[in-house]
Ligand binder design. Sequence first.
Ligand code: ZN
Length: 153
Amino acid sequence: MGGLDDLYQELILDHYRRRRGEGSLEEPSVAVDQHNPLCGDEIHLELQIDDGVVSAVRHTGDGCSISQASASMMSVAIEGRTLPEALDLVEHFRLMMHGDVAGDEERLGDAIALEGVAKYPVRIKCALLGWMAAKDAILTHEAGVSGPTSEEG
Ligand code: ZN
């Protein structure tokens, strides 16, 4: 990752070494697993959702520094946000990683450090893993809250 800005590289390593939001919740509202087979990255993500707000984010996992640092940054970025805000932010991050938009540092926080990873196509899935898990968790939760719409069994 020699092409990354030094400051951003430091931030990524810092999140990798001291993962924010690492751990588990007693009674998560929703829990999902995501896997990046290209790199072997794994994340188990748990969200506590109260009154439409992501009130707590916890994750465990294993994989490369980009994937785990990104999950740490994601957990800080979406905690305290409403579900629509969190989904918006995930989409913004996804577009940034595909080089479609410039990152909004105010909304992304430390996750802005991953913008440079967009230059490394093989690592984009690593960076996206935690964020896609967050989207999956929120959509899963919303599907559950709105009630089963399809026949069961
Ligand atoms: Zn990876």
